[in-house]
Design a binder for this molecule. Structure first.
Ligand SMILES: NC(=O)c1ccc[n+]([C@@H]2O[C@H](COP(=O)([O-])OP(=O)(O)OC[C@H]3O[C@@H](n4cnc5c(N)ncnc54)[C@H](OP(=O)(O)O)[C@@H]3O)[C@@H](O)[C@H]2O)c1
Length: 207
């Protein structure tokens, strides 16, 4: 994929826990380089990164946010700390993999969770996605019974969702676009103590 400067797009995963590592495995499986960062010194998780693959680059949060596409794989409550790493996220796509299950809706001003997250990343384009499956499933090869495992994507920015859709295909998944964050996108967002209706639906698409 090509970024606005006509260079290959760069990728980072912020958060290298269960879901961050499952995402990293998809990048490694397809030979696509990705930086990974947490709050910790990169040396502390270098062996975990190396165990997944050579192209998984442990780095600092400050370095990781230089990427064109940033997967947000931290707990929902930590998204504001990540957002503070840059004053402006213009030109970047944030893929929101968090699940705000159990967060009182009034704490998000009544907004869908991804809209609330988007507000923190001033100037950035947000795509909600890769969040509807448990880490143990996302961790697996998405080539299943001759089909491809579905990931749902939603965004208010058509260009951003097209780019992440192409990346999802390159990672071996079948992207299904749900529309904007406040419409189809609600199906993959938790609201209070209710899961979106498509969360946990492990689907496979046959072309
Ligand atoms: N687990 C699942 O099955 C699953 C499925 C779908 C979606 N999700 C969502 O994915 C997100 C991550 O879940 P998880 O299960 O992977 O959690 P986890 O295992 O607890 O991992 C969280 C990661 O985030 C890092 N982190 C925390 N605060 C950070 C910050 N301010 N800056 C950078 N890194 C930070 C942690 O590293 P340090 O604290 O060591 O720095 C850790 O590597 C959550 O929002 C969850 O709702 C999880």
């Amino acid at each position: 994929m090509i970024n606005s400067e006509n260079k290959a797009a760069s990728y980072a995963i912020i958060g290298f826990g269960k879901i961050g590592q499952a995402l990293a495995r998809a990048f490694a499986r397809n030979g696509i380089e990705v930086s990974v960062a947490t709050t910790r010194d990169p040396e502390s998780f270098a062996s975990d990164a190396a165990a997944i693959g050579r192209g998984i680059i442990p780095t600092t949060l400050a370095e990781a946010v230089k990427a064109d596409v940033i997967f947000l794989a931290v707990r929902f409550e930590s998204h504001t700390d990540v957002a503070k790493a840059l004053p402006n996220w213009q030109g970047k796509i944030i893929v929101d993999v968090t699940n705000a299950y159990g967060v009182p809706p009034e704490k998000m001003g009544g907004l869908p969770s991804a809209k609330f997250v988007a507000q923190a990343f001033t100037g950035g384009k947000l795509v909600k996605g890769f969040n509807h499956l448990g880490a143990a499933i996302l961790n697996q090869d998405p080539a299943v019974h001759g089909g491809r495992r579905v990931v749902f994507l939603a965004s208010d920015d058509e260009g951003a969702v097209a780019e992440i859709g192409a990346l999802a295909e390159n990672l071996g998944f079948a992207p299904v676009k749900l529309g904007s964050l406040s419409e189809g996108g609600l199906l993959v967002q938790a609201h209070g103590n209710t899961w979106g209706k498509l969360i946990f639906q492990d689907l496979v698409k046959f072309d």
